[in-house]
Design a protein around this ligand. Structure first.
Ligand code: LLP
Length: 432
């Protein structure tokens, strides 16, 4: 019935997550509140790991893409599950290191890494730096030389695949700001430069075709293109690269209309194609890395809000105003994202009321959803927006000087605060 198995309804007719009553959570911690369920997050981690074990003889590593939701506790969970971590900024790297995440299991991304980020990555001894462009490649080479270190890198390649997803979150096509293009010869030029750089060790290639993708075919196609390129590199330079990072992007269930395949099915098909293509081109099957973000945390959290007012405009629309909005969830205003929304304290009542869930910012577009079907709602009700675990808190802002919400993790049926609610003092902490 729900987008995640961690959700249910209790005898009071209240929505539960990880066995906890969301209405009680709202009372205890206040709203807006983001609530994650640890058990299903860990289950997702394990499913990714076991799918590589089962279908690819364990010859790979799962890196959690921390941009989906980065905080100390998420880093600790990933560490204890044996995952690697994909970080995309100095800030995400700092968070990982503060959580004692092993640096050798971190890969450092970014399409325009700053000089100081390159230094931070090298000083920390991150396992891999994913190089985006020629200038950066040279800069990493120079900085590594100055530090008397060798940077282990992967080159980010645009495989020329057009994944079927929102325009803003597809990345694998030639017209993209990310990575080296294959078609223009730029990627081969970068490979040769990387091989020639003294303080750079080229370990392999990386690609990421986009996010929230349901169709497995574009992933398979990308894997094939990358293997073909590894073979071409071998032919042209004599070097056979041994690592292939296939990125993330696996779609999750936001509403009943979404139907993602299991991770295992994805890995099974991709592994088959990797093996067959490697054999066809006469190269060894590479060590594979994948970088799931959304699919680890996305469906395992809900955001709880309190309704402040209901404005019924006859023959036009019903606005249900909540105490959060684009400041904690900018995904509707950015992508028109669909969500499954419930009145958490009225779960046994019919969802026959059409409501536009409006945020509290001075911005007409500050909506969480337009014309959603929910239970008939009034002031004081608790609204639960499901599948808000990925790219919500991590994209939250302080627009209108709204403090970011608190985040709670349910562990063994008990809630614990993992991120405090921002205070007004936090808001002016850097003001001078
Ligand atoms: N690896 C790379 C290089 C990426 O750029 C991304 C996401 C991932 C892995 C993880 O992708 P995932 O498994 O989470 O789909 N803010 C957007 C999503 C942006 C994705 C950015 N890159 C949203 O809210 O839908």
């Amino acid at each position: 019935m729900f987008v995640s198995e961690c959700l249910n309804v209790n005898e009071k007719g209240h929505l539960t997550i990880g066995g906890c009553d969301t209405v009680e959570l709202a009372n205890q911690f206040g709203t807006p509140l983001i609530v994650y369920n640890e058990e299903t997050i860990r289950k997702n981690c394990r499913e990714f790991v076991s799918s590589i074990n089962e279908h690819y003889e364990g010859k790979g590593l799962v890196y959690y893409a921390s941009k989906a939701f980065s905080c100390l506790e998420m880093c600790r969970i990933c560490k204890s599950e044996g995952l690697g971590l994909d970080v995309v900024s100095g800030g995400e790297l700092y968070t990982a290191l503060k959580a004692d995440f092993p640096p050798e299991k971190i890969c450092f991304h970014g399409n325009n890494k700053t000089d100081s980020e390159i230094c931070e990555a090298l000083d920390a001894g991150v396992g891999r730096i994913i190089v985006d462009n020629i200038e950066e490649l040279r800069k990493i080479g120079r900085t590594a030389a100055e530090k008397n270190k060798t940077a282990k890198v992967l080159l980010r390649i645009k495989p020329g695949i057009d994944a079927h997803t929102h325009e803003f979150i597809k990345t694998g096509q030639i017209d993209s700001k990310f990575g080296f293009a294959l078609e223009t010869g730029e990627a081969m030029e970068a490979v040769k430069l990387a091989l020639a750089e003294e303080n750079i060790e080229l370990m392999g290639l990386h690609c990421h075709i986009g996010s929230q993708i349901f169709d497995i075919d574009p992933f398979i196609l990308a894997a094939e293109v990358m293997i073909a390129f590894i073979a071409e590199i071998k032919k042209e330079t004599g070097t056979e690269l041994t690592e292939l990072n296939l990125g993330g992007g696996f779609g999750i269930k936001y509403t009943g209309d979404d139907n993602p395949e299991s991770f295992s099915e994805y890995m099974k098909k991709v592994a088959l194609s990797l093996k067959a293509t490697a054999e066809k081109y006469g190269i060894k099957t590479p060590f594979v890395m994948i970088e799931p973000g959304r699919s680890i945390v996305g469906a395992e959290a809900v955001t709880l809000y309190t309704v402040g007012s209901v404005k019924e405009i006859p023959n036009i629309r019903n606005y249900v105003s909540i105490d959060g909005g684009m400041t904690d969830n900018p995904r509707y205003i950015l992508y028109g994202s669909k969500y499954d929304i419930h009145c958490a304290n009225k779960m046994n009542e019919p969802r026959d009321y059409m409501a536009t869930i409006a945020g509290r910012c001075c911005e007409s577009g500050d909506l969480i959803q337009k014309d959603a079907m929910i239970q008939k709602t009034q002031e004081g009700d608790i609204i639960a927006v499901l599948s808000t675990g990925a790219y919500n808190y991590s994209m939250a802002s302080n627009y209108n000087r709204v403090p970011r919400p608190a985040v709670v993790m349910i562990t063994d049926g008990k809630p614990r605060l993992i991120i405090k609610r921002e205070s007004y003092d936090d808001l002016i902490a850097n003001d001078i």
